[in-house]
Design a protein around this ligand. Sequence first.
Ligand code: UD1
Length: 359
Amino acid sequence: MKILSVVGARPNFMKIAPIADALKAHEDVTHFLVHTGQHYDENMSKLFFDELGIPKPDVNLGVGAGSQSQQTAEMMVELEKVMIDQKPDLVLVVGDCNSALAGAIVASKLHIKLAHIEAGLRSFNWQMPEEINRIVVDKLSNLLFTTEHSANENLKKEGITEGVHFVGNVMIDTLLNSLEKAESSKVLEALNLEAKNYAVLTMHRPGNVDKKEVLEGLLDTLAEISKNIKIVFPIHPRTKKMVEQFGLTEKLNSLQLTEPLGYLDFLKLNSNAKIILTDSGGIQEESTILKVPCVTLRGETERPVTVEVGGSVVVGQDRGKILSAVDTFLNGTAPEPGVPELWDGKAAERIVGEIIKNA
Ligand code: UD1
């Protein structure tokens, strides 16, 4: 049996790592790994392959940046050639980025069985490119692996009931596998930080960074927070570009900037933070397991279980709501969040088991 996996953007890498690992145990399975090249900087891509022991991609399509359609279309053209050449029995896509969308459409049109890891999540915000990707990928998938019950409910409402498996969260597999290794990271010393005495910020969603007034408002609010706690900001290339384009560079002065960090440094940084402020869905999930309170800088979440178990609060872009949530977490005594069901480090094993059974 040949499985062809498609990855391309940073959050894909920690999701494919435990799958690639679990597939190694099956000698009768060939795993062919395609990197679309969506993320191409050393510290957005190669570093993750090295740290997480992901096999070197068999092919890198080198697509890189572009508009939504240009990027997706270029990936599709190249993926079609690879899939025709490789003739996989199953194509596997993870998450909700453009690389997953491209992989799903091409596999489907070539009548190749399609599996989607992290299926069923819905923000119900159609302004997000990821929401469109999720809906299309799920509609095309034959095997759908979900991380939380809300995803199964969403799929059911869309009429998708066959091939759906609630398996837990592969991103948490990687986190649990990496905690010990991350301990030896020297990132706190390198950034001159004291454990539990700083906040971590990540922000890159188009909805937060692509409009000047929104980005400026958020940076002003963050400057206010930084009067009470040091904020460390590994800045995403998209955000950096937009800040420069809008002439807002000075508004970053109150934040401690770093380049995007590798997986292990970032894990160590997050584990020791007092709070996390983020617009990333993946980090919302990781912070829940790390038991570090998470203020989610978005109007909604496709991962409601993180809120239900008390791991994160969703505050949007509103200054008052953000300040009040931060204040509660810095001064209050919020109870420890619970652990979502099946976020136990064994999701990849369950997924590979189902794939082998069903392919
Ligand atoms: C993509 C995903 C998003 C995910 C995020 C994580 C989609 C629709 N979005 O968004 O779901 O949360 O990745 O990072 O697929 N860039 C670089 N170097 C890189 C990568 C990107 O400079 O290694 C620049 C590009 O030039 C581009 C910008 O960052 O202008 C955005 O990259 P892109 O791949 O379009 O989307 P992300 O915002 O990273």
